[in-house]
Design a protein around this ligand. Structure first.
Ligand code: URP
Ligand code: ZN
Ligand code: ZN
Ligand code: ZN
Length: 473
């Protein structure tokens, strides 16, 4: 078993920072040591197999992106990153674990789909991976499958209040699934948008000739998100299930989550980088068909209405608990372009798995987040929320050696031909200049990225059999 010393850096956790060296033994963290520690009189540095110099840099637990859709069948096509390309891009960006969504469409067997996802991922991932399960039509068999999946380490289930005929569950189905979650301890995740309202608005806009990508945003107003968020909270309240609202973009939805939390409920919110940085006016409203690059649901919100600033604030105050990407990439050519002349045919999704750590670090640079909060929302809370904490989300003896050496004095230019490794023909983040740089990434003790060079391999990543959420009282 190889030993590595990460020396001279500042180890940052969700609760503080310390100038200590990190000793890695095989796949795990063995010890945190005072710099210059000796073993039997000799400098530890001369006894380990390799030394990573982290002087002047932050040493943080590897990022955990708890919302990805690798090779997802959706919108008449497949998300363009495979488990291989997507997890490799994630590693480049300092993310060492993903939790991907197993998709179940109506009439598909939940457990069949779960096994199919294992087949897609096994042998292909650069980093460790877990699964959430999507439930569309909730049958009796789906409910019993939920118990089996919890035992398999799939301890969270996503339901949809939108996408009729594709993913949508009615409120009765959602209630039944939540009752199951309340009894087996699973986290219930919700795509909270009122699909019936959206479907009418889409039809009306298209009939009026309003077919540009901008109208995707107009067809999915914040009222549809606020209403659905409230409804999901009521179903959680009635059943006693914990609720995790995915991809929150509207400030009014945040207020619903905050109110539920203030009443003592186990309700949590996730946002994504796109809802912190991008907007209806600037991106969705780009000339011609360009806005298609940023068609995702929930949609980008109006900057004039102040959603983005509110979201940053909510991250700081813990009204929103964590940030995932909702990585669901589609190329412009042959994928997004299916929606030329009809925004409702643009496959929904943005690719960001590579850039989450860098984009959120800008919150530290700009004084919106503390360094510790950055680690918390990108790694520690995702680990706790989804039952991985201890092995993941922390740099302590016994934890998996998933470690990122992050250089606050480095620089990262995002864009095609620069740092773009996702399997997409455009970047939703083209031109973003990042203060900071992912220097070295270890996944279970193996260096997978070394100053911009990928040194990992497909198949290094292992399935994470998750426990129940460690974030619940
Ligand atoms: O636009 C999105 N978010 N695509 C992925 C599917 C989902 O709803 O998360
Ligand atoms: Zn969703
Ligand atoms: Zn998603
Ligand atoms: Zn560097």
């Amino acid at each position: 078993m190889a030993t590595t010393l990460i020396s001279g850096g500042t180890v940052v956790s969700s609760t503080g920072r310390r100038e200590v060296d990190v000793l890695v033994d095989g796949e795990r963290i063995a010890a945190l040591l005072e710099p210059g520690s000796t073993v039997l009189g000799s400098d530890l540095r001369s006894t380990v197999d390799s030394v990573i110099d982290a002087s002047g840099k932050y040493v943080i637990p590897g990022g955990i992106d708890a919302h990805t859709h690798m090779e997802m069948p959706f919108g008449g096509t497949f998300a363009s990153d495979t488990f291989e390309t997507g997890t490799r891009a994630a590693a480049w960006g300092g993310t060492t674990s993903i939790v991907d969504f197993v998709v179940q469409y109506p009439d598909q067997g939940v457990l069949d789909q779960y096994h199919a996802w294992h087949e897609k991922a096994a042998g292909n991932c650069a980093i460790d991976y877990g699964f959430h399960q999507i439930l569309s039509d909730v049958q009796d068999s789906s409910l019993s499958a939920m118990d089996e999946l919890v035992n398999e380490g799939v301890t969270s289930f996503k339901l949809f209040m939108a996408y009729k005929g594709v993913f949508l569950s009615d409120d009765g189905q959602i209630l039944r699934a939540f009752q199951k979650g309340a009894s087996n301890g699973a986290m219930m995740m919700m795509h909270a948008e009122n699909g019936a309202m959206i479907d009418v608005l889409v039809q009306q806009l298209i009939a009026e000739g309003k077919t540009d990508p901008y109208y995707h945003g107009i067809s999915r107003p914040w009222q549809a998100e606020e209403e659905a968020t409230h409804r999901a909270i009521m179903i959680a309240d009635l059943t006693g299930a914990p609720l995790y609202v995915v991809h929150v973009s509207a400030k009014q939805a945040v207020e619903q989550i905050t109110a539920a939390r203030d009443r003592g409920m186990n309700v949590f919110g996730e946002t994504c980088p796109q809802y912190l940085y991008l907007s209806l006016e600037e991106q969705l409203g780009a000339p011609g068909f360009e806005g298609a690059k940023w068609v995702c649901s929930t949609p980008l919100r109006s900057r004039a209405e102040g959603h983005q600033d509110h979201m940053w604030r909510s991250l700081r105050t813990n009204d929103i608990q964590m940030v995932s990407t909702d990585h669901c990439p589609f190329c412009m050519k042959d994928q997004k372009d299916m929606g030329i002349g009809d925004f409702s045919k643009i496959p929904n999704g943005i690719g960001s798995v590579e850039h989450r750590m860098d984009l959120l670090y800008q919150g530290v640079v700009e004084g919106r987040l503390s360094l510790e909060r950055w680690v918390e929302i990108t790694s520690t809370t995702p680990a706790r929320m989804f039952g991985m904490y201890g092995r993941k989300g922390v740099i302590e003896p016994g934890a998996d050696a998933d470690v990122v050496v992050y250089d606050p004095n480095g620089h990262t230019s995002i864009g095609l031909g620069k740092t773009h490794h996702m399997n997409m023909d455009y970047s939703a983040w083209e031109g973003f200049e990042i203060d900071g740089h992912v220097d070295t990434v270890l996944s279970r003790g193996t260096v997978v990225v070394d100053d911009g060079e990928y040194r990992g391999r497909a198949g290094h990543g292992r399935y994470i059999k998750r426990g129940l959420s460690q974030y619940l009282v």
